[in-house]
Design a protein around this ligand. Structure first.
Ligand SMILES: Nc1ncnc2c1ncn2[C@@H]1O[C@H](COP(=O)(O)OP(=O)(O)O)[C@@H](O)[C@H]1O
Ligand SMILES: [Mg+2]
Length: 319
């Protein structure tokens, strides 16, 4: 097995599976191939995520970030290879995984109180607190404390900011003490200030609990200070490694299927195709999706770099 994707660069043995981060393997992919609608999303991919790692999952829109998470949850069966969570083959409803799906825009209008909203996700208590047993209620309070959410718990969702709702969504994911969190684009539609606080919160909780997190995002920069390693997807390939190993011209050019430059400015990293920042361009439409908090990114116009691995119309617009 290989700690990076099949054709990813060589890297120091310190990154070999099971080494370096101290923890035991939480997620293992071995020669995994994923397909959707007959199209290959990931091809013959292997990597290992260890206990206590914060992994930033990056890659152009349509690269397969969501599909990978759904595969780990057992919702998308691998057509080849093996996926193991804590050494066991994937299964649906695995209690050791907490999942925050990408689609959350409907929440903003809900009148439900924060605490009841968190409780809805508790196992066997989908319909709220009144009937929850004491063990469930204690778990709800535990996760609210973890995200510093006692005060939010008293207020209806509709009165919370996007960042505050994210805290409650994170609390939901933490119910039942999962060992692996799959957080799919928690930063979508948040302004930079709230993005920062969500990333810092996830990092704090992740370190406190010693769990592993896969955190997918449009952009690397908001995650830079918090992540341990990056899992970059593109062209059906995955590269897992430190920022210095993965965010490089050769690796990203292969993943994007076109020449990519990597610029570092004042501690920030910009992934460029010509004079266009690819991460921002690729997700322009998603930023607009939820109506609020559009970022004021300046970016270029039409260009030909993106999603060359896609046969059809490349861009997906997640709903
Ligand atoms: N149900 C589906 N059937 C066929 N193709 C799909 C389906 N869902 C997503 N796809 C395609 O699979 C690819 C990967 O999508 P996704 O995992 O959502 O990428 P990401 O989360 O990185 O944006 C995209 O090209 C998308 O168009
Ligand atoms: Mg996605």
């Amino acid at each position: 097995m290989n700690a990076t994707g099949r054709s990813a660069p060589a890297h120091p043995p310190a990154n070999a599976p099971g080494h370096a981060r101290g923890g035991a393997p939480v997620l293992e992919l071995e020669h995994v191939t994923l397909e959707l609608g007959g199209r290959v999303i990931l091809r013959d991919t292997g990597f290992v995520v260890n206990q206590g790692e914060f992994i930033g999952v990056l890659g152009p829109n349509g690269a397969g970030k969501t599909t990978l998470m759904r595969a780990v949850l057992g919702l998308v069966p691998a057509v080849g290879g093996a996926i193991r969570v804590l050494g066991q083959p994937v299964e649906r409803g695995n209690a050791s995984i907490g999942y925050m799906p990408q689609t959350r825009s409907a929440l903003a209008g809900r009148r439900v109180r924060g605490r009841d909203f968190v409780a809805m996700a508790a196992d066997g208590h989908r319909w709220g607190l009144p009937h929850a047993d004491s063990k469930t209620r204690a778990d709800v309070e535990r996760v609210l404390d973890l995200v510093d959410g006692r005060e939010l718990a008293e207020r209806p969702l509709s009165e919370l900011s996007g960042g505050e709702r994210q805290r409650l969504l994170l609390a939901q994911c933490l119910l039942g003490n999962p060992k692996l969190l799959l957080l799919d684009e928690p930063l979508i539609s948040l302004d930079p200030h709230h993005q920062k606080s969500v990333v810092e919160l996830v990092r704090r909780v992740q370190l406190e609990l010693g769990i592993a997190v896969l955190f997918s995002a449009h952009e690397l920069n908001p995650l830079l200070n918090s992540l341990d390693r990056v899992l970059y997807l593109g062209s059906g390939v995955a590269a897992l490694g430190t920022v210095d190993e993965v965010i490089t011209r050769p690796v990203l050019s292969r993943l994007y299927g076109s020449p990519i430059d990597v610029m570092r400015v004042n501690g920030r990293i910009f992934v460029m195709s010509g004079d266009v920042e690819v991460e921002k361009h690729d997700h322009e439409h998603e930023q607009d999706e939820n109506g609020g908090h559009a970022h004021s990114h300046a970016h270029g116009h039409a260009h030909g770099h993106s999603n060359r691995h896609d046969s059809g119309d490349g861009h997906t617009h997640d709903v």
